[in-house]
Design a protein around this ligand. Structure first.
Ligand code: FES
Length: 434
């Protein structure tokens, strides 16, 4: 009869060692799996967030090479990883966005914007309504995340579709962990690579695309001469002040000029700010050396409408003046912009009739009427719009009859039988669905 072998003390010890080794391997494997996500986030430059202010902002601002990836179609889900207040009045907040699919992000050109589709609660409490809005990217391309910095509207919006409604929604409802629907970066107001010296002119929240350009230059072309004229009322309203001052202190090619129109009693000229008053051409005459600068401008409508013609009058070539076309600003150039591209069709000068079918309105259009969006608004027809630059698709409208022409190829590809009203004009008599 067979009997089980007797267990010696040596074999017992062997079994104990084997058991401990197995347990150790399981524990290590589980730990590795659990921290793999954190490790990948760290590699991407994203540290775990405490959900608010803190030193992470400087970590995020570290300039790294972006991952290579291609742009996506439609909307992609992003999670808010981090929020950061950027000014003394706490009215500007940066939102750091990471893709929920954790796949690489495409790079973008400094100056481009993101388009958001938001579900904003209706004022009467009867659910939400979909609103599309665009916000400039406020940093150079980074691996793993995008950043937008948004200013809260100063007073409660009065109409149903004011720009401030979506900005306030961001401040009040978009928290760490919120999911947002986002289109890929787009926009033509971009800083192109090159060696020409540049002047960045920002008014208020117009600092955001300028910061993207400045950070990009710091990262990719630190030898390039950059002047930044940043107009705000006082030190409390200056966003990213520490970051801007640090760059200017570290790089002799960067010249920062803070211009306060209404300084606080404690704001010291020459220390906290450089000029009392608004940014204007007289300031450029005093400050800038004689060089073929390219000027990039983004700010509130009055500033844009004053500065752009003033630069024209000063003799700056049209090709050296670049400005952001967000919002209702309608900048009148001394000379028409020669933006007709190779494949574009020239806009005729003869009068044309535009019919808005749903609104039941009809009116003659002329080149002075501007884009179809501007023309519709001048006729009292409300059209939902986002970027007003052909990048987001919000103003896409069906053409019932007739043809339209684009002055430049839009970033957004309109569906067949539709047009982007913000960047096209009628080529013939045209009837639109609006
Ligand atoms: S408003 Fe964005 S494409 Fe017209």
């Amino acid at each position: 009869m067979l009997t089980p072998p007797e267990m010696t003390s040596a074999s017992l010890l062997l079994w104990i060692v084997l058991g401990i080794t197995l347990q150790l391997a399981l524990w290590l494997g589980f730990g590795f799996w659990r921290h793999w996500g954190e490790y990948r986030a760290l590699r991407a430059g994203l540290l775990p967030s405490e959900g608010g202010a803190g030193p992470q902002a400087e970590v995020f601002s570290g300039l790294t090479e972006p991952a290579s990836a291609t742009a996506w179609n439609g909307f992609r889900n992003f999670r808010v990883d981090h929020r950061e207040i950027e000014d003394g009045t706490r009215s500007i907040c940066s939102f750091y966005l990471v893709p929920e699919d954790r796949q690489p992000l495409p790079s973008f050109k400094p100056g481009q914007f993101l388009t958001f589709r938001l579900g904003i609660p209706k004022a009467d409490g009867s659910g939400t309504e979909q609103v599309t809005r665009c916000y400039s990217l406020s940093d150079a391309p980074q691996s793993g995340h995008y950043r937008v910095s948004i200013k809260r509207a100063p007073s409660p919006p009065k109409s149903d579709h004011p720009p401030g409604r979506s900005s306030n929604f961001f401040h009040d409802h978009v928290q760490v962990g919120t999911t947002l629907q986002v289109r890929a970066p787009s926009g033509h107001f971009t800083l192109e690579p090159g060696s020409s010296p540049i002047v960045l002119i920002a008014g208020g929240i117009g600092i955001t695309p300028m910061l993207s350009m400045l950070n990009w230059c710091q990262s990719q072309q630190p030898e390039r001469e950059v002047w930044l004229f940043y107009g705000v009322r006082n030190s409390k309203e200056t966003a990213f002040a520490a970051h801007l001052n640090a760059i200017a202190a570290a790089n002799p090619n960067v010249h920062l000029r803070l211009c306060f129109s209404d300084p606080l009693p404690e704001d010291r000229l020459g220390k906290d700010f450089h000029h009392r008053g608004r940014v204007d051409v007289n300031l450029f005459r005093m400050e800038l050396p004689l060089k073929p600068f390219h000027y990039y401008i983004c700010g509130p409508t009055p500033m844009m409408e004053t500065l752009v013609p003033a630069l024209d009058d000063w003799g700056v070539p049209d090709a050296h003046i670049h400005f952001e076309a967000f919002g209702p600003a309608s900048i009148k150039r001394r000379k028409p912009v020669a933006a007709v591209t190779e494949n574009a069709i020239a806009v005729p000068v003869s009068d044309i009739t535009v019919t808005f079918a749903k609104s039941g309105k009809q009116a003659p259009w002329s080149p002075q009427s501007g884009s179809l969006l501007e023309f519709a608004e001048s006729q009292g027809i409300a059209i939902d719009s986002g970027c007003r630059a052909g990048g987001c698709g919000t103003c896409q409208t069906t053409i019932r009859s007739g043809e339209v022409a684009y002055r430049q190829a839009p970033d957004y590809d309109p569906e067949p039988g539709t047009c982007l009203m913000c960047v096209c004009t009628p080529k013939t008599n045209v009837t639109l669905e609006a």
